[in-house]
Design a protein around this ligand. Sequence first.
Ligand code: AMP
Length: 358
Amino acid sequence: MEVGVLGGGQLGRMLALAGYPLGVRCIVYDPAPDACAGQVAPHLCAPFDDADALVQFAKGKQVITYEFENVPVATARLLEAHAPVRPTPRALELFQDRLLEKQFLYAVGIPTPAFAPVDPDHPDRALSEVGCPCVVKTRRGGYDGKGQIVAHTPDEYLRAVAQLGSQPLIVEAFAPFEREVSVIGVRGRNGETRVYPLVENHHRDGILRLSIAPAPDSDALLPLARGYIERLTAALDYVGVLALELFQVGNQLLANEVAPRVHNSGHWTIEGAHTSQFENHLRAILGLPLGGMAARGVCAMVNLIGAIPPLEPILRIEGAHLHLYGKSPRAGRKVGHITLCADGYASLQERLSVILPR
Ligand code: AMP
């Protein structure tokens, strides 16, 4: 079985690795010659708008998928004429644009912070809808906290709009969240939908640093999150893994962002769940039965950002699993992650304190 993967970063790499035991061969498509998935899978290196290369890529593939959501929609639509593309290119279209994303969430009844598009000629109108404090964001192209500014006063808001203003913008009310969590779900071709336990996420400088799975004290929230995933995926006839980033405010969950793909906050599932998110994504898009989503014990996933630390102390930790992505270190770049597994939160904290001393 051959699967084409648009994008050859670490997510494509982990998809390819998950394919081997299943007899699934992933071939990645990425314009970057040094795309790190190319170290573990065949790599077609061509621009996303090269129609000939795309048609060539589609040949012999059971299905084509994507590992990042900024693949041009036109690329996915062109490929659709030659092989099934799952998840649907419509998901790319919606979730590349924060305004379309929020409008879609609203339409399917999933609560979000109040939001409004910013009219560059009348920025005050959007502010009067959401109030301060607020977050001004570019509609497109933002990731890892880039392209967004928090404003506490109307003056700060106007400055933020001026600073980001050459691109279409959205403004959102600042959510007074207790913590950030995410839910990762998978929907099969027959419509069966399953979710992993909720994950608690900690960011620094807008980049995910640490995930704890299952999120402590989150059992009561899971049915709510599962309902969101079911509504979201059914509305799109979505097939594959999808992640929903959420703000927890009391016992409410407000949606922040949808990723129509495998997700960084799901890396713990490789060792910590019965079936990893990568394997479940391949199973779903190939029409195979979905695998178990329950956690085995508890996990902490720590991203390695910008540099690879000394490996020996990490590898000495009981229950530590190291993943390096074969990328050259650069400031702010995710170069690997460590998943720590334990039987309970107390021993997990002990192991974590070796990596993240307080
Ligand atoms: P995003 O790129 O939209 O995922 O945002 C990156 C981070 O900024 C989130 O993980 C939050 O920590 C913070 N953030 C984004 N939007 C909001 C919001 N409306 N209210 C509070 N914090 C936010």
